[in-house]
Design a protein around this ligand. Structure first.
Ligand SMILES: [Zn+2]
Ligand SMILES: [Zn+2]
Ligand SMILES: [Zn+2]
Ligand SMILES: [Zn+2]
Length: 485
């Protein structure tokens, strides 16, 4: 009984087993995704790739191993550390220890050098990069400008120093000179004071300057903020020419306007239609602008304590005396004097009042020496001269006939053409009606001409010394003065 029961269980078990096996077989046949067995593991067949050193120009590689069949790479021979790219060694580049420079680089241009490679022996040419400018503030007198320390190229326009309370320029660090003049490097000239000189040619600046005065021009009845020059015209003062000073962007400019031409002589005779102004390119009813610039002076003598200086340019154009009346009556004294009396001349008054107060600020004035001006006959062309006046005490004066023949001042001793005596007109002087011949003007001396009470000495455009009628307005002014150093 027990045997039969266990036999039945065994049969049942075998049937169950077959059933399960059949089901499993069936399932596996119906579902292809089910893998019955892993494929056999891939065994890399590693080949060593030897280390290759880099050369100057070609890259090399570290040693590594690569499977011939699957292409995988390994950093070890056992194939444990897989790598994903060839372990390259960069090309070393040539190693030149001794270059010869064939062309130096400068601020803007590349240079070139060559040399032999210590390693491979190849001759290598290389470019040297341009250095670029080294822009630094550079102080020049009362101005500074950005300038390259190597090539000297400048950037933008020179501008006035901007001083802080310690007298140091906030931009370039220049220290304000306690003295109002600036000596040139060679010591032959200096700048001192300022005066309207160069004409403004830039139309944009012209219109900005016109805008500062609301484009207003003067008339004889309404000056509109302008100042009358009070120039002579046919022997009397008439309103026809004006000026106005404006500050614009750290610089000062003078506007000049006239609605009638300034005649070439101030006297009551002569051709009143004739003027030098249109010849010089200056016309009526136009506003001309002139920039105030430092006045350059030539040093005639210098004893270390003070210097005799004369303007390097003709700065203005004024009459010695406005009339051709032979007998000149001085109302103040009152007495009659000769028209070419320098002490009573209009040019002397103009220099010591108008020019002195226009060109020099208070600091400058402290450095102008009021000196005794020798007006003796000895300073004129003749040892006796009936028209000489007494000596005067002046801040500013004209040179004498003797002065411009003084060899120690750099002039010729003769009266003929002499380059050292030749003077150019400033644009402002040309606008005032100064005569211009071959680029040079004519200019007053203080010495009266001994043959005529109506004449004083002048220097002509070629540097010749001669004489001229007092009332002419085309004669330029070359101021001179003694300066404390
Ligand atoms: Zn492999
Ligand atoms: Zn090399
Ligand atoms: Zn440069
Ligand atoms: Zn500065």
């Amino acid at each position: 009984m027990i045997k039969q029961k266990s036999k039945a269980i065994a049969i049942f078990g075998a049937v169950l087993f077959l059933l399960i096996a059949a089901i499993a077989l069936c399932l596996s046949a119906c579902n292809p995704d089910v893998q019955q067995n892993d494929p056999p593991a891939h065994v890399h067949s590693l080949t060593a790739v030897a280390k290759k050193d880099a050369t100057c120009t070609e890259k090399g590689n570290e040693a590594y191993w690569k499977c011939e069949s699957c292409g995988k790479m390994f950093s070890d021979k056992d194939g444990n550390k897989e790598i994903y790219s060839v372990p390259e060694i960069a090309a070393k580049g040539h190693n030149v220890s001794d270059y010869k420079v064939t062309k130096e680089a400068d601020c803007t241009e590349k240079g070139e050098k060559f040399g032999k490679c210590d390693v491979c022996g190849l001759t290598v040419t290389e470019q040297i990069p341009a250095t670029g400018h080294d822009m630094q503030w550079s102080a020049e007198g009362e101005t500074h400008v950005k300038k390259c320390t190597r090539c000297g190229v400048t950037e933008g326009e020179a501008e006035q120093h901007v001083y802080n309370d310690d007298g140091q320029c906030v931009d370039c660090g220049a220290q304000r000179s306690s003295k109002p003049y600036v000596l040139s490097e060679d010591g032959t000239t200096l700048t001192f004071g300022s005066y309207p000189q160069s004409k403004v040619e830039d139309p944009a600046l012209q219109s900005m300057l016109n805008a500062t005065i609301q484009n207003k021009t003067p008339t004889a009845d309404e000056f509109n903020g302008w100042t009358d020059y009070e120039y002579y015209w046919a022997g009397s003062i008439k309103s026809f020419m004006w000026y106005i000073d404006v500050n614009y962007k750290n610089a000062k400019y003078r506007g000049v306007y006239f609605d009638e031409y300034r005649p070439d002589r101030a006297s009551d005779e002569g051709d009143r239609d004739w003027s030098i102004q249109p010849e010089n390119g200056y016309d009526i009813n136009i506003v001309y602008w002139f920039k105030w610039e430092p006045i350059t002076w030539r040093i005639l003598s210098n004893d270390g304590g003070k210097a005799l200086i004369m303007s390097d340019m003709i700065l203005d154009s004024q009459q010695y005396y406005h009339s051709n009346d032979e007998d000149r009556f001085i109302e103040v004294e009152p007495y009659f004097i000769q028209p070419n009396n320098y002490k009573e001349s209009e040019i002397r008054a103009w220099l010591n009042d108008n020019f002195y107060n226009t060109a020099f600020d208070n600091l400058c004035k402290e450095y102008v020496v009021c000196s005794e001006v020798d007006n003796s006959a000895e300073t004129t062309a003749k040892s006796t001269n009936q028209y000489v006046c007494e000596n005067t005490n002046d801040n500013v004066f004209l040179l004498s006939y003797k002065d411009v023949k003084d060899v120690s001042y750099g002039f010729d001793s003769g009266s003929g053409a002499c380059e050292a005596r030749m003077r150019k007109n400033s644009d402002y002087a040309l606008c005032q009606g100064a005569l211009q011949e071959d680029g040079y003007g004519i200019w007053w001396l203080r010495s009266p001409y001994d043959y005529s009470r109506m004449c004083a000495h002048i220097v002509y455009s070629d540097g010749m010394v001669g004489s001229y009628n007092l009332y002419y307005l085309d004669v330029g002014v070359v101021p001179a003065l003694w300066l404390t150093l």
